[in-house]
Design a protein around this ligand. Sequence first.
Ligand SMILES: Nc1ncnc2c1ncn2[C@@H]1O[C@H](COP(=O)(O)OP(=O)(O)OP(=O)(O)O)[C@@H](O)[C@H]1O
Length: 709
Amino acid sequence: MTVNDESVVVVPLDELTAAKQDGRLIDPMSVIRRPSSVKVTITPCQPKTLSHLPKRPPVDIAFSDLMYTVTEGAKSTPKNILKSVSGRLKSGELTAIMGPSGAGKSTLLNILTGYKCSGVKGSITINGHERNLSQFRKLSCYIMQDNQLHANLSVEEAMHVATSLKLGSDISEDSKYQVIQEILETLGLQEHRRTMTSNLSGGQKKRLSIALELVNNPPIMFFDEPTSGLDSSSCFQCISLLKSLSRGGRTIICTIHQPSARLFEMFDHLYTLAEGQCVYQGSTKQLVPFLGTLGLECPSYHNPASYLIEVSCGEYGDNVRKLVTAIDNGKYDIQVGKPFPPAKALNNVNPKDIVKSSNLSSNFIEVDKLSKSVDSDSLLQYSGNQFSKLDDDSIINSELSSIKTGNLNNADEATDTLLKNGLPSSQQRYATSEFVQFWIVLKRTLLFSRRDWTLMYLRLFAHILVGFLIGSLYYDIGNDGAKVLSNLGFLFFNMLFLMYTSMTITILSFPLELPVLIKENFNRWYSLRSYYLAITLSDIPFQAIFCVMYVSIVYYMTSQPLEMFRFGMFLSACLLISFVAQSVGLVVGAAMNVQNGVFLAPVMSVPFLLFSGFFVSFDAIPIYLRWITYLSYIRYGFEGTALATYGYEREILKCHQVYCHFKKPLTTLRELDMTTASFTLDIGALIVIFFVLRVSAFIFLRWKLKSSR
Ligand SMILES: Nc1ncnc2c1ncn2[C@@H]1O[C@H](COP(=O)(O)OP(=O)(O)OP(=O)(O)O)[C@@H](O)[C@H]1O
C-alpha cells in the first residue's frame, strides 16, 4: 500500500518488526521529523504462512446428554459430575469452557478429548457421525495444563522429535525442516530455538506445547487452562494464538477459569457449566442480552464473564436452575431461538452442503473480517503498544492465507472422505512404524541421559568413588586364606551396592517421565511398546559401563584371582544383578509414585537380602521359607560371584596364620552350602528374572496409563 499523503507518517511494518527484534523502541516523533520529501511506503510484513502443514478437514463436534458418574466411599455411592449436558462446538471457532471451580470443566474436556471414557454415558458425534475414538484421536490433540515438556531438549530438538514422530517417513526431511521453521516463526519461537525448554518462560513453554502438536495440523485442539500461570500480556498472546489457530479452520476448545473482559471478547463461543450442568451456550456477544431476558442485568462496566460466574455461584440468588432450563442444558440454540437439530440428523443432509455452508463459507467470512482488521491494526503501529499487535496479526494473516491456499482447495476431497467414511481411516494407528518410533525415542533418551547430570555424572562419580573406597577397605584380601569371611562380606557388599544404585536411580527418574509419556502417547506420537523398548534399552549401556568400571577397580584392588574366565564370570554376575535391580526399579516406578517407591523398594528387598545365602546358608533355612531363596536374585548374584571366586578348582589360598580354616576354597563353598551350585543355573535364573520383571514393568505401565484416565 503506498501512501501519497506526505503529511501522514508511515513506517514500514518490517522496520517495526526489526525494531522489536533488536529491542529498539521507535519514537513516533522521530518518525514525524523525517523530511517530508521522503515518501515512505507501508510494506506489510510478509505473512508467516503455515503452508507446509498437511491439509485437514474441518470438524464439528456435537455432544448430547453426556453424563459422567463416579463412585465414592466404602459404599460406592454414585456421584454425578456431569448431568446430561449437551452442546455444539464448531470448526473455525475458539470455544471457551467456563464455570466456577468444581463445575466440571476439566471433566467435560477430558471426556471430549477421549481421555476419560469409563463412567461416561451419552453421545458424541463428529460432523454428524458417531465418534470413533481411535480415529478421533488421530485428528485431535490435547494440550494439558502443565505443558509436560522434556527439560533436556532445546526447542528445535523438541520440534525435530515431534516432526519425526508425527509426520510419516513419506515426508522428506527438507519438508519437515520447513514445517519446523514455519511453526517456530509463526509462534514467535524462532529466536529461542536453541534455548533449552527448561529455560523457557511460562508463555513460551505454552507456545512450544502448541507448536509440538501443530506439526501434523490436527483439526481439533483441546487446551486445559492454557492461560494458567501466565501474566495478562502472555494470556493475551496465548488466546490470540488460539484464535488465529481457529481461524485456520480448526476447532479450538479450551477451559478457562475467569477470563478478563479483554480475553473474554476474543472467544467466539462460550460454553458455561455450573454444578455439572450447562448454564450458557452461545456467542460471547449474546451472553449479556441472554442474561437480560432472564432478568439478570449485567451491570455496566462489569466483566460479563465475571458476572456469569457470580450468577453461577449463586451470588444473585438461585439462578442456576433458571439458566439450565432456559438453555435446556445445552440443547437450545439461542442464536436461532430454537433447539439444535439432533446431531445425527446431519447424516440425512447432503454432506457437502453442510460443510460448505457451516464451516468453509464461514471461514470465508472470517477471512474478510480479519483481513480488514489486520489492515486497520497496521495503522495502530504508531500509537505505542504496537508490537504485540503486529505479532498477533501476522499469525492471523498466516492462518488466513493457509485457509485460502490450502483448506479450501482440498475442501471437496476432505469433505467427501470425512462424511462418506466417517473420519478418514487408515490402517496405521501412528504416523510412523514402531521401529521408527523406537529408534527416535531411543535417540532422544540417549540424548537426555548424556545431558542429565544426576543420571550420568553423579552415577559415574559414585561408582568410581565407592569402587576405590571398597578397594581400599578390602585391599588385597582376595588371596588371603585368613580373610575369607571378609572377602565374602566384600562379595555381598558388591551385590548390595549394585542393587541399590541401579534400583533407586530408576525409581527416582522413571516416574518423572510418566506425565510426558501420558501426553505423548495419548496424542499418538508413539506406541507404549516402542517407548518401553527404547527406554529399556537406552540405560543398559550406561549401567553396563558403570558396572564394568566399578568391578574392574574393586576386583583388582582386592586381589581376586587374576584369571580372565573368573573375572568374566564375576563381571557377568554383577552386570546381571544391576540389570535385574534396574528392572525392579522400573516395576516400582511404573506401579507407584516416587515417595512410595523410594520407601517400599528397599523394604521389599530385605527378604531377598536375608535369603541370599550370605547371612544364613541354604540348609539352615526352614523348609517352609526356602522358596524365598529361589526368588532372591541377590542369592543368584552372590552365589555366582562366590563360585567365580572360590569354585572351579581354585588353588589353595595363601595364609600366614597357624590354622587357616578357609585355606581350601572348597571349604568356603561347603560352608556356604554351594558345592553343588551351578554358575550356569545362576546366570539362567537371573536372565529369567530380568525378563519377567521387564514384562511386569510393561504391564504395570500399561495399567498406569489406563488408570490415569
Ligand atoms: N474421580 C473423582 N472422584 C470424585 N469426585 C470427582 C472425581 N473427578 C472429579 N470429581 C469431582 O467433580 C467435580 C468437577 O471436577 P472438575 O475437575 O471437572 O472441575 P473443574 O470445573 O475443572 O474445577 P477447577 O476449575 O477447580 O479445576 C469436582 O467437584 C470434583 O471434586
